[in-house]
Design a protein around this ligand. Structure first.
Ligand SMILES: Cc1ncc(C[n+]2csc(CCOP(=O)(O)OP(=O)(O)O)c2C)c(N)n1
Length: 579
């Protein structure tokens, strides 16, 4: 009997890639996509890597496909923006062997800076999108995506969302398909996209999209489930599950291919139901096309474009039921906070003391924006800290940024920060950049990157030195400082922000949650010395609380023993004890 296994959506995507005979996988981490690569790496048959960013990952996959093997890239939705340059043109070139981009969207913004819908990118890039509804489909659709990619000579996007990526379902496992490498054939009309060639390929792209739309009615991923025809839903992905739960007797057109749309199938379904609803999370991608074909339907006029959908939301809107989600969440709010012992807190405490603002970036250190640290003033996208600080300077002059720095993490620096720093050097910016180097991609769960000295496959490799990189592009003042050495940090930040030329401070201390990184002690209050000044509480370490009498308590189950509070106490009222 076939083996069955409970799998996360992301594990099932990885399994689908394995069974489809994928040989190369490249990715940059990003919630909710990260576990795809972390699962793929377990298959010895697949070469898997963390690339420094999504554009590079996409290009690695494109190269592998051109060379004749099945290849994939995976990333979160905003990563698709970074990868969009190669993606738009790979749409024209088509593929060698199958090429799949897995894009993980985040309706509800569980861990993202926006709620963009990858289907919109796919429409613009004229690339097909498959959207599974559970783990089994996640695996099956991956395999189908590779077949489609080769049949229609196109990259294929498999779109997942947080709910699918991070929930589990039963999956039937199958054997890996051994796909022979396609012999390489030079074909510049297809793979060299200069205007003359691209014009011809654009014609092909249009034809391919029409062909897929025509053929879509026969794809197993699209299916009409006719029941009571007084009400019909067109839906896809996870929202399909909500429709089935709330309206088990309704007719449903379940679209597994959401771009291009199978027009004939949709027209037929619409003609057979009395009342048509289009139930899709985020943007009205299906709805706008269906309406453009003159088919009346209810959609975003009643269902929101924002946030994640749910069965209760459907009940509320269509059945006017009072459901629990209309009440505020029943759990106490727990705002995100830097961990006890996080080296970023130490850096921010100095910046705060010096009343310095920071153009921020994306990572755990984004939490420096909120009280009590309140140091980060901007967060846009990965790499934007350095370039936006430069923009401020070019707009307002050197004096304006004298009390500003850019703050960027090590992984984010390797991702796109390097380009921004080159720009500052090239265009003679004078800003100070603090690279908070905690030796990992902390925010997404400790992935390695080019400056950590380990690959996704676990191989030890020479770590790219951030220090030497900065030096090599011509920055004279590059200083490495222990992130917990407050006195030195303060001195260095004062000196570097005074300079009339670009400078870089690399604050170093590994993420406190990294395996094997333990401070040997915990911090304990020395009550008789405490003057209740509150200096230790200023950086907002969650292990410290103020007691009723104004003195402090330290929760030793939370304390990681970094000693930041101890350094801040002017009265030696905090000591260290072995754990
Ligand atoms: C384009 C893009 N790709 C991926 C992500 C997901 N992501 C958010 S922060 C981050 C990196 C954080 O690592 P680092 O800069 O080292 O900071 P840390 O969290 O370790 O403090 C990643 C990969 C994203 N937001 N945008």
């Amino acid at each position: 009997m076939a083996e069955k296994k409970i799998m996360l959506g992301n594990e099932a995507i990885a399994r689908g890639a394995y069974e489809a005979g994928v040989k190369v996988s490249a990715a940059y981490p990003g919630t909710p996509s990260t576990e795809i690569s972390e699962s793929i790496v377990k298959y010895d048959e697949i070469y898997a890597e963390w690339s420094p960013n999504e554009k590079v990952a996409m290009e690695v996959a494109i190269g592998a496909s051109i060379s004749g093997v099945r290849a994939m890239a995976s990333m979160k939705h905003v990563g698709v923006n970074v990868a969009s340059d190669p993606l738009y043109t790979a749409s024209y070139t088509g593929v060698g062997r199958g090429l799949v981009l897995v894009a993980a969207d985040d309706p509800g913004l569980y861990s993202s800076q926006n709620e963009q819908d990858t289907r919109c990118v796919a429409r613009a890039a004229q690339v097909p999108v498959l959207e599974p509804s559970d783990s089994q489909e996640a695996k099956d659709f991956m395999k189908f995506a590779f077949e489609m990619s080769e049949k229609y000579d196109t990259p294929v996007i498999v779109r997942t969302t947080t709910r699918l990526s991070h929930s589990q379902g039963m999956v039937t496992l199958e054997e890996r398909q051994e796909v022979p490498d396609k012999p390489y054939e030079r074909n510049i009309g297809k793979f060299v996209m200069m205007p003359g060639m691209a014009k011809g390929r654009h014609v092909y792209v249009e034809k391919r999209m029409e062909a897929m739309s025509e053929d879509g009615g026969g794809f197993f991923v699209n299916r009409a489930e006719y029941k009571d025809t007084s009400i019909g839903f067109i839906t896809s992905g996870i929202p399909y599950q909500y429709v089935k739960e709330v309206f088990p007797e309704a007719s449903v057109l379940k679209l597994g291919m959401v771009n291009p749309l199978p027009r004939k199938m949709i027209e037929e379904f619409a003609s057979k139901v009395d009342k048509l609803y289009i139930f899709e999370e985020l943007e009205p991608v299906i709805e706008e096309q269906v309406k453009a074909w003159g088919i009346p339907a209810e959609g975003k006029n009643i269902f929101t474009r924002q946030g994640e959908y749910s069965a209760n939301m459907l009940r509320r809107v269509l059945l006017s039921e009072e459901t629990e989600e209309t009440q505020p969440a029943r759990v106490p709010a727990r705002p995100p906070i830097l961990c006890p012992g996080c080296p970023h807190r130490s850096v921010f405490s100095v910046l705060k003391k010096l009343k310095i603002h920071a153009a921020g970036d994306i990572g755990c250190y984004t939490l420096g924006a909120v009280a009590p640290l309140s140091v980060i003033d901007t967060t846009i996208c990965m790499g934007a800290s350095i370039s936006s600080l430069h923009g401020m300077e070019m707009a307002k002059g050197k004096e304006y940024i004298k009390n500003w720095v850019a703050v960027i993490g090590d992984s984010t620096f390797m991702h796109t920060g390097v380009n921004s720093l080159m720009n500052t050097v090239y265009n003679q910016g004078t800003g100070t950049i603090i690279i908070v180097d905690n030796s990992t991609t902390g925010m997404t769960g400790h992935q390695d990157h080019a400056a950590t000295g380990k690959t996704l496959k676990g191989k030890t490799v020479p770590a790219i030195s951030i220090y030497h990189f900065c030096k090599a592009i011509g920055i004279e003042h590059v200083v490495e400082v222990d992130a917990f050495d407050l006195a030195l940090l303060e001195k260095v930040i004062r000196e570097e922000t005074e300079r009339d030329e670009v400078s870089v401070i690399i604050t170093k201390a590994p993420c406190v949650l990294l395996k094997g990184n333990h401070f040997p002690d915990v911090c304990v209050p020395v009550s008789e010395k405490c003057k209740k000044c509150g200096a230790c509480l200023k950086p907002g370490c969650p292990a410290l609380t103020k007691k009723e009498d104004g003195s402090i308590a330290i929760d030793i189950t939370m304390c990681n023993g970094c000693g930041l509070c101890m350094q801040l106490c002017p009265f030696d009222a905090i000591a260290k004890e072995p754990k």
